[in-house]
Design a protein around this ligand. Structure first.
Ligand code: 5AD
Length: 328
């Protein structure tokens, strides 16, 4: 286990990269094995009331065509996904108030009939709403802290509250969700020390899943001229997260694949054990532009399986819950 100053040192130089990448892969193998869990992602609405400065879906971006996928269509995408073997459906959207507690609960109840696990990624919601979603059958919830640097968080998230976000994560834990969080790497004004704090934060809240991706500037945002996050640094934050949290689920994120043509495979060999193929129909996928040129992942499970075999891995046929009972 590394201290904050050790993590900072590792992130600041490249001297120990090979050592930590090797250790991350060993830890992944020992604690979560060679199976890769696929999570089928449905991006059902790109309407968002927030204005996170890095995000292309921000309310202030007038240059995108907004959409909502109907409840029936969401359920039908989930149905065909479960028929082709997906065991987890991830429902993601902007923070869109149109989808009331009742509507989300209805979607959850219908999709649960398909014998799949459900992950929600729909932003901050009240305790009462989160409880209703859980009672309807939701299993997991993703909400990245984005950065644990409070001042930076404030700068990047106008009219949002760092404390609310933490509260939301705590509520999710209390309600028995598997909780996913994560951060962006390479945000303007982000320090290496704060990335070390991010990793320690994941450990402190006992996150069950952690998604890490490089910041990619979006042309329709005020951060358009900022530098893109480094692939190598994002990879190192991810590898250290695996070493520190051991038995959790870690996706090879789409942002990694977007800035490196082999990013997903590299991430899977340095700590990651989850992939999230996008099941959204292409007409909508184009409009769900959080950042530009989002990489596409083949949603065909058989083709995927062949690719994974090449790196000695198999596709899991289980739900892929975190198994905390693995050796310590
Ligand atoms: N570059 C990379 N990742 C981004 N996200 C939002 N905007 C960007 C960007 N410009 C990430 C956030 C959010 C997730 C859904 O997408 O971390 O939590």
């Amino acid at each position: 286990m590394f201290s904050k100053s050790e993590i900072t040192d590792i992130l600041k130089t490249d001297e120990r990269n090979e050592e930590i990448f090797f250790l991350a892969d060993e830890t992944r193998k020992k604690y979560v094995g060679d199976e890769i869990h696929l999570r089928g992602l449905i991006e059902f609405s790109n309407i968002c009331k927030c204005s996170c400065k890095y995000c292309g879906l921000q309310a202030t971006n007038k240059n995108i065509e907004r959409y909502r996928i109907s409840v029936e269509e969401v359920i039908s995408i989930a149905k065909s996904a479960s028929q082709t073997g997906y065991k987890t459906i991830v429902l993601q959207s902007g923070e869109d108030g149109f989808y009331t507690k009742e509507i989300i609960c209805k979607i959850i109840e219908e999709i649960k009939k398909l014998d799949v696990a459900i992950t929600l990624s729909i932003g901050e919601r009240s305790y009462e709403e989160l409880k209703a979603f859980k009672d309807s059958g939701a299993d997991r919830y993703l909400i990245r802290i984005e950065t644990t640097d409070k001042n930076l968080y404030k700068k990047l998230h106008p009219n949002m509250s760092f404390e609310n976000r933490i509260e939301c994560l705590k509520n999710l834990k209390k309600l028995g969700y598997e909780v996913g969080t994560g951060c962006l790497v390479g945000l303007p004004y982000q320090t290496i020390e704060s990335l070390a704090d991010d990793i320690l934060f994941f450990k402190e809240i006992d996150a069950d899943m952690v998604g890490i991706g490089p910041f990619i500037p979006h042309p329709n945002t005020c951060l358009k001229d900022e530098k893109q996050g480094s692939f190598l640094l994002a990879l190192k934050v991810m590898a250290l997260t695996r070493i520190m949290l051991k038995d959790i689920n870690i996706p090879a994120t789409t942002a990694m694949e977007t800035i490196n043509p082999n990013g997903r495979i590299i991430a899977l060999q340095k700590g990651a054990n989850v992939v999230m193929p996008n099941l959204t129909t292409s007409e909508y996928q184009k409009k769900y532009e959080i950042y530009p040129n989002k990489a596409k992942i083949n949603k065909n499970l058989n083709k995927y399986s062949d690719k994974m075999h090449l790196i000695g891995r198999t596709i899991s046929s289980g739900y892929g819950f975190r198994d905390k009972k693995k050796p310590q």
